[in-house]
Design a protein around this ligand. Structure first.
Ligand SMILES: Nc1ncnc2c1ncn2[C@@H]1O[C@H](COP(=O)(O)OP(=O)(O)OP(=O)(O)O)[C@@H](O)[C@H]1O
Length: 250
C-alpha cells in the first residue's frame, strides 16, 4: 500500500549537513496499526514528515498504491488520503472548532461533530463555537487536531505523539478511540509514541533510533526486545567524563 524504499534524509543545519534518516525501508500494509517508537531524536517525526511530504528525502522513493509520490507536496498527498497530526498542532485564528471539523469532513458531507469531540474526550457544547486560537490549551488543541484527522476518510493517518500534553483520564478515552477506529475503519494507522498503552494497540512496532529502523515486527516479538533494552545501563554515553568503568551484565 505505502512503500518506503532506501530512503535517506540529510538536512542543512547551523553547523553543516545533518544525516537524519539512513536507508529506511518499510512496507505499510492496508488496515494495520503501526507504532513508531524509540529514543528522543531518533528520527520518528522526521520519518512521518517525509511520508507527509513536509520534508523531501535526499534519496530513495515513496510508492503509494503503485504510484511514485516522492516528488508530490503536502497538499497533493493529502488529496490522495495521507494525513498527519502534528506533535505540536498549529492554531487557526478566526476559525471555530466546528468549522475546522467541517473542513476536515468535507464541505458537503454531514458531520458527526458531537461524536468526534466525545471520542477525544471533549464536551461538544463547550468547544464547537470556540476559536482554534491561543485561548485553547495545548492538550485541547491536540485533541481537536486528532478529532479532525479522525473525521477524514484517510488511507493512511499518522498521529505524532497523540499522548503529548493529554491528561490521564482523556488519554484512556483516546486509546479506546484508536482501538475502536482501528476495528471499524480500513485506514492504515501510524502512531508515534513512547506510551506502553499505545504500543499495546500495535499490529506492528517499528523501533527507530539513530535515523535507522533498528527492529520491526509484531508486538509480541518487539515488545520484549524494547523492555530488555530499556533496562540496560551500559550505553557508551555512560562512561563519558566518568573515570569508573561501567560493567554490562547483559
Ligand atoms: N529541520 C531540522 N534541522 C536540523 N535538525 C533537525 C531538523 N529536524 C529534525 N532534526 C534533528 O533530527 C533528529 C531527529 O529528530 P526527530 O524530531 O525526527 O526525532 P524523534 O524521534 O521524533 O524525537 P522525539 O521522540 O523527541 O519527538 C534530531 O536530532 C533533530 O534535532
Amino acid at each position: 500500500m505505502l512503500e518506503i524504499k532506501n530512503l535517506s534524509l540529510t538536512i542543512e543545519g547551523d553547523k553543516g549537513p545533518v544525516e537524519i534518516l539512513k536507508d529506511i525501508n518499510i512496507v505499510f500494509e492496508e488496515r494495520l496499526l503501526y507504532v513508531f517508537t524509540g529514543p528522543n531524536g531518533g528520527g520518528k517525526s522526521s520519518l512521518a514528515k517525509v511520508i507527509m511530504g513536509i520534508y523531501k528525502p535526499t534519496s530513495g522513493k515513496i510508492i503509494f498504491n503503485g504510484e511514485d509520490i516522492t516528488e508530490l507536496g503536502v497538499t497533493e498527498r493529502a488529496r490522495l488520503g495521507i494525513g498527519y497530526a502534528f506533535q505540536q498542532p498549529p492554531r487557526f485564528k478566526g476559525l471555530t472548532v466546528g468549522e475546522l471539523l467541517q473542513l476536515a469532513v468535507g464541505k458537503d458531507k454531514i458531520m458527526r461533530e458531537f461524536s468526534l469531540l466525545y471520542d477525544v474526550g471533549l464536551c461538544p457544547q463547550d468547544y464547537l463555537e470556540r476559536e482554534v486560537d491561543i485561548s485553547l490549551s495545548g492538550g485541547e488543541l491536540k485533541r481537536i487536531e486528532i478529532a479532525s484527522l479522525l473525521a477524514r476518510e484517510l488511507k493512511i493517518a499518522v498521529y505524532d505523539e497523540p499522548e503529548a500534553g493529554i491528561d490521564l483520564w482523556s488519554f484512556s478515552r483516546l486509546t479506546e478511540t484508536f482501538q475502536n477506529y482501528h476495528r471499524t475503519h480500513d485506514t492504515t494507522i501510524v502512531l508515534i509514541s513512547h506510551q506502553e498503552r499505545i504500543l499495546s494497540l500495535a499490529d506492528e512496532i517499528i523501533l527507530v533510533a539513530d535515523g535507522m529502523i533498528k527492529e520491526q515486527g509484531s508486538r509480541d516479538v518487539i515488545w520484549p526486545l524494547i523492555m530488555e533494552d530499556a533496562g540496560c545501563n551500559c550505553r557508551d554515553a555512560c562512561s563519558e567524563g566518568n573515570e569508573e568503568i561501567v560493567e554490562c551484565h547483559r
